[in-house]
Design a protein around this ligand. Structure first.
Ligand code: PMV
Length: 323
């Protein structure tokens, strides 16, 4: 095989409402529990891939600069094996996340790479297979294959662990406001953080049991179009994840003083009748779940305390696609 056609894919980031936090298989990236997320319209990654026999090594350009990345080469190895090819690849990737956002995510990166690389390697994977492939790069990436609300069913092996979309009623009104607290690199990667809690938190078994219940409640709230329960369950699930980190050995946490300040603002707004809830991932940035009609009130309040440029509004985004 000589140089193949270049394929370019776009995939959007997703934010988990029921979190994935712990693996039962590190190599295959099988999670300890199922999770559920919202794909966002505002933030995405675009990635082009071309395989070429002439290349000595995989060549990876991220936002214009050459990067050495073993994780990407390991991922491409999976694609090469599936397609039965040996050619190395040229990968050009661009993150369309405001540069100050600190929201650049491995989810959109691996979902876009899975789609572009599989196509360029001559594979024609269906969505389920694509989701399984993206999962091998980064767990949360399997959910970015789909738009809107997406569940990643944990499964028991490589075949059965993949994401699927969750039906959301046309009038299920949801928006997400990201508040950028810090753009520093994560203190502890999600990979390392979740490994530590699985191995050392005495509360881990309770997390697994309880998260299955949270997921059921969230899905019920979605089907009943019950926004308050949806927000409450999401916020509580995120807090349980952060409590796990504080109960690990050695304990750690991702929150900064400004994260707590923002969480208090959301709680205050809620006590004043604005229906809004927060969630946080492996970092200090706070994402506020709300209805579209309340966006302005929340943006104004957060901008007063943190500055307008730190507040980014997003809505449900589309599935990964070729462009
Ligand atoms: O897929 P990873 O390894 O980036 O882990 C994602 C972990 C969380 O964002 C904290 C939760 C989630 O389900 O996305």
């Amino acid at each position: 095989m000589n140089a193949t056609t270049t394929y370019t894919a776009r995939a959007h980031t997703n934010i988990a409402l029921i979190k994935y936090w712990g693996k039962k298989d590190e190599k295959l990236i099988l999670p300890m529990n199922s999770s559920l997320s919202l794909t966002l319209d505002r933030f995405y990654t675009e990635t082009s891939v071309m395989f070429d026999e002439q290349l000595k090594d995989d060549l990876f350009l991220l936002d214009g600069s050459k990067e050495k990345n073993d994780k990407i080469s390991n991922f491409l190895e999976i694609v090469r094996q599936k397609a039965n090819i040996t050619a190395k690849a040229k990968i050009i990737s661009k993150n369309h996340v405001p540069s100050t956002a600190g929201l650049a995510s491995s989810a959109s990166a691996y979902a876009a790479l899975a789609l572009a690389a599989s196509k360029a390697a001559g594979l024609n994977l269906d969505k389920k297979e694509l989701s399984r492939l993206a999962r091998r790069g980064s767990g949360s990436a399997c959910r970015s294959i789909y738009g809107g609300l997406v569940e990643w069913q944990e499964g028991i092996d490589d075949q059965t662990s993949f994401a699927h979309p969750i039906e959301m009623s046309r009038d299920f009104d949801i928006a997400m406001i990201a508040l950028v607290i810090s753009t520093d690199f994560k203190k502890i990667s999600s990979r390392a953080g979740m490994k530590r809690v699985v191995e050392t938190s005495p509360y881990y078994p309770a997390w697994v049991q309880n998260t299955a219940k949270d997921l059921r409640k969230l899905k019920q709230a979605i089907s009943k179009n019950d926004f308050e329960t949806f927000g409450e369950v999401s916020e509580e699930n995120a807090m349980k994840m952060h409590a796990l980190n504080m109960s690990a050995h050695p304990h750690f946490n991702y929150l900064e003083p400004d994260s707590i300040k923002a969480m208090k603002i959301v709680e205050k707004l809620r006590s004043q009748g604005v229906s809004c809830y927060y969630t946080l991932d492996a970092g200090p940035n706070v994402k506020v779940i709300c209805r579209r009609k309340d966006i302005q009130a929340i943006v104004d309040r957060l901008s007063d305390s943190f500055g307008q440029e730190k507040v980014l509004v997003a809505g449900p985004g589309p599935a990964a696609h070729l462009i």
